[in-house]
Design a protein around this ligand. Structure first.
Ligand code: BTN
Length: 260
């Protein structure tokens, strides 16, 4: 764990490690309420109530993966909060590409996927105000590192993957964490200084959905289909619907449409 936070300047310099917890999001929130500094890091070996986006759970067995949350204090004028999960996706994907030569991509809104579209990492950004009224983002990141195909539960086998499956070898988890933290620190600095265009450009270059025919399920059950054009500066997905109309979507679950 110490090695993982050695190469950053401020991110993760204050950290807590839990053998088991409900969710690193809960621990980070508690810690911020008790006075955690900007950039505080919470890591868990196992989560018994790991959370995903849209009320889903996150598969969090011990000893195999990375589960961590960084607590970030939002600057008074910052880019739209929905762009934070784009920033995290770019940071994770770039770290995995440059350090481990993993062919990974970002998938709107909050996923990192392999070239077959199976998900390797998920990002959950939750915002809240502390007692003094300061806005915080709790950026939770789960990365499947050393899971084998056999260790994936049946319901995840078609949709999830891991670095071990992609690369054909085991990785040292804290080395992966260290690489992600260094990348995240640099990307956060760009974002917080208002250089959102750099994040968007990097997202665009790694955008797995772009140009593909996508089915988008909205939380109210409505379904749209269209070709993904990219992501807007608010962090919304832009689709060209049949008939040529272009429309932005702030939230939803996107899947690539395969012929039925
Ligand atoms: C998603 O893809 O839906 C987001 C998954 C986020 C999982 C991470 S693991 C660390 C942190 N703690 C949680 O309970 N969730 C996030």
């Amino acid at each position: 764990m110490e090695a993982a936070v050695q190469q950053t300047r401020w991110l993760g310099k204050a950290w807590k490690f839990f053998e088991v917890t409900t969710s690193t999001q809960d621990e980070a929130k508690k810690w911020v309420q008790e006075g955690a500094p900007h950039g505080a890091l919470v890591v868990a070996e196992e989560q018994i109530q790991g959370r995903g986006r849209l009320g889903r759970s996150w598969f969090s067995p011990p000893g195999k993966n990375l589960y961590f949350t960084v607590a970030l204090q939002l600057p008074s004028s910052s880019p739209p909060p929905d762009t934070l999960s784009l920033l995290a996706g770019v940071a994770v994907a770039e770290a995995l590409r440059s350090h481990f030569n993993a062919q990974v991509f970002v998938k709107w809104a909050n996923d990192v996927v392999g070239s077959d579209g199976r998900k390797l990492a998920g990002i959950l950004v939750e915002g809240f105000k502390d007692r003094s009224g300061t806005d915080w983002a709790l950026m939770g990141i789960g990365v499947n590192v050393n899971l084998t195909e056999d260790e994936l539960p049946d319901e995840l086998r078609e949709i999830a993957t891991s670095l071990q499956i992609l690369l054909g070898r085991q990785l040292e988890r804290f080395q992966v964490l260290g690489a992600i933290l260094v990348s995240l620190e640099a990307w956060w600095e760009d974002w917080a200084k208002g250089r959102l265009e750099r994040v968007l450009k990097a997202f665009d270059a790694l955008d797995w959905l772009k140009g593909k025919l996508v089915r988008l399920n909205l939380p109210d059950g409505t379904i749209f289909e269209g070709v993904a054009i990219g992501v807007t500066e608010k962090g919304h997905l832009r689709l060209r619907l049949s008939g040529g109309l272009e429309r932005n979507f702030p939230v939803g679950e996107a899947t690539v449409r395969t012929e039925e």
